[in-house]
Ligand binder design. Structure first.
Ligand SMILES: [Zn+2]
Ligand SMILES: [Zn+2]
Length: 218
């Protein structure tokens, strides 16, 4: 099945929001919800799509901050339980990114009730099979979503074109990120299309060969 996969970079960090659907004019799954739900809504409207679920790669505000504006009783949101605290209370993350002077209280940013993602489960939504790979390192609950039939990986902030996710934010671990890479990401077939949380797409094969951060693993 040739899926419709479209994306738009949103918010200050140009976080890629993706919509995945069997076809125009039907149900769609959203991967990541930057704090610009109107931007996600515009992308859905452009292809006449109705969201039925949101899969969140991890709890950083640039990927989850818009989830309250999209989720509803008919649009379930999914995230790994280890990142839920971070999603609700982003103050520590934002201070690490923007400096301790960042004026922000500890109010709850995201109130959506999430369904838990589990490592190596398959979620079938809108007749599309999303394999869940728990890939801790960038955050403790980071997950990638793998469409085996279509050879597509939504890599979040685990793997970028010629880059890897930063691990200096609270909860990050370089060792964990590299272990996730070696165990679950790099073994995927070379032709797998990688659609990351920031920047352009790439393939597993190209990153194995050309990504300077991955050479120590091979
Ligand atoms: Zn992140
Ligand atoms: Zn990000």
């Amino acid at each position: 099945m040739a899926l419709l996969i479209e994306s738009v970079p949103l918010w200050h960090f140009e976080t890629n929001a993706y919509v995945i659907a069997p076809d125009r004019g039907g149900p769609a799954v959203v991967v990541d919800a930057p704090p610009d739900p109107e931007g996600v809504g515009d992308l859905l409207a452009k292809f006449d799509l109705t969201p039925v679920a949101i899969l969140v790669t991890h709890g950083h505000v640039d990927h989850v901050g818009g989830v309250d504006g999209i989720a509803s009783e008919t649009v379930r949101a999914y995230m790994h339980p280890l990142d839920i605290d971070m999603a609700r209370h982003p103050r520590l993350q934002l201070q690490a990114l923007l400096g301790s002077a960042f004026p922000m209280g500890d109010e709850e940013l995201v109130s959506t009730q999430f369904n838990d993602l589990e490592h190596e489960e398959t979620l079938t939504i809108a007749e599309i099979d999303f394999g869940v790979l728990h890939t801790p390192g960038h955050t403790p609950g980071h997950c990638c979503f793998y469409l085996e039939q279509e050879a597509v990986l939504f890599s979040g902030d685990q793997l970028f074109k010629r880059g890897i996710g930063r691990t200096d934010l609270p909860g990050g671990s370089y060792d964990d990120l590299m272990r996730s890479m070696a165990d679950y990401v790099l073994p995927l077939p070379s032709e797998t299309m990688v659609l990351p949380g920031h920047g352009p797409s790439t393939t597993i094969g190209a990153e194995r060969d050309l990504n300077p951060f991955l050479q120590e693993l091979q």
